[in-house]
Ligand binder design. Sequence first.
Ligand code: 5GP
Length: 190
Amino acid sequence: MDVGKRAGAWVVISGPGGVGKTTVVRALLRRNPALARSVSATTRAPRTGESEGKDYFFYSRERFERERREEAFLEHAEIAGHWYGTPAAPVERMLAEGRVVLLPIDVQGYANLKRKGRPGVGIFLMAPSEEELRRRLAGRGADPEETERRLRLARKEMEHKDAYDVIVVNRTVEQTVADIEAALRKRRLL
Ligand code: 5GP
């Protein structure tokens, strides 16, 4: 019988840009109030529609450097010339409360967390095909050169997919969310 509080756990959600991580994470949170998410810090500029503290904490390089030196990040990585990091304190607090915390981070961040040896789950989202990914990236308004650069990055990320516990092909948000929920339930995290 399950008595007492469950142990918290982190659930990394990785996948190439354009695969739909943000939409999937939002849908998971909406459907499962028991889940929490980490909000990362980044040195990149906000995109249209993004807000401070909701999508990211937007840091100057100086602030990021300082906090990195102070070991305020659970993990951090440089991606396409910008720094990204998971602020440790809020995640530690949520884990201590026994919550399951979603971390939408890249493959380097996942490798770093795994190295720390804390129990968690890694989920990798794939696009149905490269053509589909190209279409989704182009739909974001990137110029053809930028789209090709992002596709190259996506191919590199996908080389690491086998390091993850679960690989989900994101055909529809509904199916992907159902697949992830099933994977979490199987591990008694939902
Ligand atoms: P974007 O700039 O498109 O929002 O994110 C670029 C990449 O950075 C994505 O793969 C995203 O998952 C990853 N990312 C966002 N926050 C973090 C973080 O805190 N740590 C790591 N390692 N990657 C992150």
